[in-house]
Design a protein around this ligand. Structure first.
Ligand SMILES: Nc1ncnc2c1ncn2[C@@H]1O[C@H](COP(=O)(O)OP(=O)(O)OP(=O)(O)O)[C@@H](O)[C@H]1O
Ligand SMILES: [Mg+2]
Length: 375
C-alpha cells in the first residue's frame, strides 16, 4: 500500500478534560485517488503535561468510508500550547527526518488545528505503547520481576543502538513507556519523546539537569565540536533509569536527599539552572579520588578546574566515591529483588561503567549487552 499524508486538519469540537469529550479528526489522505477520511476519537485519559503541551490517551470511535487509517483503537495525542508550536514542530521534524526508514518510532501522524495561515496548535498522534511510564511504574512494581527489569534495560539499549548518529538527550524514566502482556507476562519497553534529540556533532546539547553528561557541557562552550565525543551522552539517562527500576525511592529523591542531608546543598541550588554543573561535578567525584588531575581527557579536566574555581564551596566538600554512594545510599533502598548479593554486585559494576567521567572509558552499547548482570 502506497499512501502519503498530504495535509491533516484537526477539527476540535470540544477540548476540555471530561470523559465524554469527543474530538473530530478530518484527514486528507492521498490514497490512489484523492480521498478524505473522517475518524472520530474520544479523549479517555490525561497522560501528562510537559513543557510543550498536553498529552492525552484517545480512543477511536469510528472510521468513515472504510479507510482503515488508524488500525488500532488506542492512540496518544500530544497537542502544543499556543506558544510552543515551534518545539513540537521540531519534535515532529526530528522524528520524520531521522527515522524515515526505521521501526524505532511507532507510527506518528502530524496534525494542525486552525487555518493554514493561522495555525492555533499543532499536535501529533502516536500509537499507544502502554499504560505506564517508568516514573509511574512504582504502582506496578510488584508485577515487575528482576527478569522484567533486565529485559527492559536490554530493550532500551537495543533502541539506543538504533539511534545511529543521534543522541536522545532526554532519556529518563518518564520517557520509557512499558506494557505488560497479561497473557504471556512479557514486558515491552519503548523510548519516547524525541523533542530534544540531536546529532553527535551538534552544539548546545541540553538535557534534563540530572542526566547531563560531563561532555555535553563542553558543547555549550567554544570547544571545537569535533573534539567532543558525544556518542555516550545518553548513558547518564540510562544510569538513572536503571537505578529507578531497582530502588523504592526514585533516583532524584535519593540524590537530592544525599545533597541536602550530607552536603547541606539546598534544593534551591539543585533546581537552579546551574544544577547541571553540580550533577557533572558529582559524576566526577563518584569516579575519582577527588583530584582533577586524575582525569585523562584534557578537555574534561579543564572543565573540572573551571567548575572548582567558579564554585569554590563544591571543591571543599567531600563527596563519596561511587562505591560508598552505592553502598550507603542505593543498597539500603534496594527492595527484595536482591536476596542474592552476587546480583547486587553485578548491578553495581554495570551502573559504574555507565558513568565513567571520560566517555572513552564507558563501554560500547554492544559490550553493555554482554555484562553479566544482563545475561
Ligand atoms: N505513545 C505513547 N504511548 C503511551 N503513553 C505515552 C505515549 N507517548 C506519551 N505517553 C505518556 O505521556 C507522557 C508524556 O509524553 P511525552 O514524554 O511525549 O511528552 P512530555 O514529556 O509531556 O513532553 P516534553 O517532555 O517534550 O515536555 C509520557 O511520560 C507517557 O507516560
Ligand atoms: Mg516526556
Amino acid at each position: 500500500m502506497n499512501y502519503e499524508i498530504n495535509k491533516i486538519s484537526l477539527d476540535i469540537l470540544d477540548f476540555t478534560i471530561a470523559s465524554k469529550n469527543i474530538i473530530n479528526l478530518t484527514l486528507d489522505v492521498i490514497y490512489e485517488n484523492r480521498m478524505k477520511s473522517k475518524t472520530k476519537f474520544k479523549i479517555t485519559n490525561y497522560l501528562g503535561k510537559g513543557a510543550i503541551g498536553q498529552v492525552y490517551l484517545i480512543e477511536k470511535i469510528s472510521d468513515a468510508r472504510n479507510i482503515i487509517f488508524f488500525p488500532e483503537n488506542l492512540y496518544v495525542l500530544k497537542i502544543s500550547n499556543d506558544n510552543c508550536i515551534d518545539e513540537l514542530l521540531n519534535e515532529m521534524t526530528n522524528i520524520s527526518n531521522k527515522f524515515k526508514n526505521s521501526n524505532i518510532i511507532n507510527a506518528s501522524y502530524p496534525i494542525a488545528y486552525g487555518s493554514f495561515l493561522n495555525i492555533k496548535a499543532v499536535g501529533v498522534i502516536y500509537n499507544f505503547l502502554g499504560y505506564y511510564n517508568l516514573e509511574k511504574a512504582k504502582k506496578i512494581q510488584s508485577m515487575i520481576e528482576i527478569n522484567h527489569s533486565k529485559s527492559i534495560i536490554r530493550q532500551i539499549i537495543l533502541q539506543m543502538k538504533q539511534l545511529g548518529n543521534n543522541i536522545h538527550c532526554d532519556l529518563k524514566p518518564a520517557n520509557i513507556v512499558i506494557d505488560v502482556d497479561s497473557n504471556t507476562n512479557d514486558i515491552k519497553a519503548t523510548i519516547i519523546d524525541y523533542g530534544l534529540m540531536k546529532c553527535y556533532n551538534d552544539r548546545n546539547i541540553i538535557s534534563t539537569n540530572y542526566i547531563t553528561s560531563p561532555e555535553s557541557l563542553l558543547t555549550l562552550t567554544s570547544q571545537p565540536i569535533s573534539d567532543i565525543d558525544m556518542t555516550k551522552h545518553d548513558y547518564f539517562g540510562l544510569f538513572v533509569i536503571v537505578i529507578n527500576l531497582f530502588v523504592k525511592n526514585n533516583y532524584w529523591d535519593i540524590i537530592s536527599n544525599y545533597l541536602t542531608k550530607i552536603h547541606n546543598i539546598s534544593s534551591r541550588f539543585i533546581l537552579k539552572d546551574e544544577a547541571r554543573v553540580l550533577f557533572v561535578y558529582i559524576w566526577f567525584k563518584f569516579n575519582n579520588t577527588g583530584k582533577a588531575h586524575d582525569i585523562k581527557n584534557s578537555k574534561l579536566r579543564k572543565l573540572i578546574y573551571d567548575i572548582e574555581s567558579r564554585y569554590s564551596l563544591l571543591a571543599l566538600k567531600k563527596f563519596s566515591n561511587f562505591d560508598s554512594f552505592f553502598n550507603h545510599h542505593i543498597v539500603p533502598n534496594l527492595d527484595s529483588y536482591f536476596d542474592d548479593m552476587d546480583q547486587c554486585y553485578m548491578l553495581k559494576s554495570f551502573l559504574r561503567s555507565l558513568i565513567y567521567f571520560c566517555p572513552e572509558d564507558r563501554p560500547s552499547l554492544d559490550i553493555l549487552l554482554e555484562f553479566p548482570f544482563l545475561l
